[in-house]
Write a protein that binds this ligand. Structure first.
Ligand SMILES: NC(=O)c1ccc[n+]([C@@H]2O[C@H](COP(=O)([O-])OP(=O)(O)OC[C@H]3O[C@@H](n4cnc5c(N)ncnc54)[C@H](OP(=O)(O)O)[C@@H]3O)[C@@H](O)[C@H]2O)c1
Length: 380
């Protein structure tokens, strides 16, 4: 539960951070010490959501960075030298990686076992460490709090996992994403043995997050008025800033930390109330918050992003996944206020039409309709 002390902490940090936010995804990071052991790092992907934060941090630590992707996205202006290799993992075109050696390979975008198998064929023996970005969706049972890395994984119910493609995955993402990530993990262990690291994030949020799932909250709260808070405000929420994740992944590589880690934040229990109050401390402005019980929302089939009721029969544990092992291995979390201030600074720099239509969360009209119904139904 969030205490009054937490809320005061958010508020003080928020005031300071909102005033200072000068976020840029690709500026040189300042105040980052050079690593004591410099690495040649191969990053598969690198130009999407979290990859650029790995690049930014790796360069600041003094490492050499090579990216491998299709070159379909505009390459950011990196704050240092970055080698760019091109190929296509959908078609198995990995020629650009042949005959090269790196200390570590960070595999960001993979959800298909054959992508790992093919990477293994080219990179086995040529990389000293393989670090795979997975997900907490791999767990078979997400209903209870405290899921640890040793929990059972979701079974694959299709006929041939190696034949699954991005098209087949997207056609049934709800049933296939977790199991195919789990089988990709298994393939990673098979290809790279004990020099494998599996990182399982929950919701990744902050600047560059194009899903708008967490963004819904600061954006909506900045608009002000009466804001619907789902549940009683105590359901726990877990998020991780993409920069905390990206930077920690580089440190895992530096430390040669092998094994499997949940990557969820923060390092305290963040209730839904504390999340919205933390956002409000950054946005300021006139806003009131109205709790609407989970059952009332369920009857109206309205959902809110990031929030999962602790009573949810399938995902009730998603706000309370164990992050003890990751914290032990050096995962740190910037304050919520920093994430919110930087996220808003980034989001407000997007084209107006992009900002006008959020990709997650209810519309203002749907929210207002439920609030109206709740006020009418509420006794007294
Ligand atoms: N977002 C969340 O909340 C969340 C939660 C849990 C786990 N995750 C996992 O976190 C990871 C996040 O990835 P990210 O977007 O941050 O990674 P990223 O490295 O920043 O971006 C994805 C990269 O993959 C490259 N790519 C895409 N298709 C390719 C292909 N066929 N061949 C070669 N390269 C290709 C893209 O470049 P091109 O398009 O130019 O090829 C891009 O560089 C994913 O594994 C996701 O499952 C996300």
């Amino acid at each position: 539960m969030t205490t009054r002390r937490d809320l005061l902490k958010f508020s003080a940090l928020a005031t300071a951070t909102a005033a200072m936010s000068t976020f840029s995804a690709t500026a040189a990071l300042t105040g980052v010490a050079r690593a004591s052991r410099l690495l040649d790092i191969l990053i598969l992907g690198g130009t999407g959501f979290t990859g650029p934060f790995q690049v930014q941090y790796a360069l600041a630590r003094g490492h050499k960075v090579t990216l491998f992707n299709r070159g379909k996205r505009p390459s950011p202006e990196w704050p240092g030298e970055v080698e760019q290799l091109h190929g296509d993992r959908d078609t198995g075109d990995l020629k650009a990686l042949e005959g090269r050696k790196w200390d570590v390979c960070i595999d960001n975008p993979t959800s298909l076992p054959f992508w790992v198998r093919d990477a293994g064929k080219v990179l086995q023996g040529n990389v000293g460490h393989y670090l795979f970005i997975s997900t907490i969706s791999v767990y078979a049972d997400g209903s209870k709090p405290g899921i640890t890395e040793d929990a059972a994984l979701a079974p694959y119910k299709g006929s041939d996992a190696m034949a699954e493609t991005r098209d087949t995955l997207m056609a049934d993402v709800a049933n296939l994403y977790g199991p195919l990530k789990a089988l990709s993990e298994a393939e990673a262990w098979k290809q790279f043995g004990e020099r494998t690291t599996i990182v399982r994030p929950g919701y990744i949020v902050g600047p560059r997050d194009e899903t708008d799932r967490f963004t819904y909250w600061p954006h909506r709260i900045a608009q002000g008025g009466e804001i619907l808070v789902p549940g009683d405000g105590n359901d726990p929420v877990q998020i991780i800033d993409g920069r905390d994740l990206g930077e920690w992944v580089v440190r895992l590589a530096e430390d040669r930390s092998f094994g499997t880690f949940n990557a969820c934040g923060p390092d305290y229990v963040l209730g839904t109330d504390a999340m919205v109050q933390g956002c409000h401390a950054v946005t300021g402005g006139p806003a009131t918050f109205t709790h609407v019980p989970t059952e009332f929302l369920e009857k109206r089939e309205i959902g809110f992003p990031i929030w999962v009721p602790a009573s949810h029969p399938m995902y009730g544990g998603y706000g309370a996944v164990s992050n003890a092992r990751a914290i032990e291995a050096g995962l740190t979390f910037r304050p919520l206020a920093t994430t919110v201030a930087d996220l808003l600074a980034w989001f407000r720099g997007l084209p107006e039409e992009r900002q006008a239509k959020l990709r997650a969360g209810p519309t203002r009209e749907d929210e207002a309709a439920v609030l109206k119904a709740w006020h009418e139904a509420r006794p007294g």
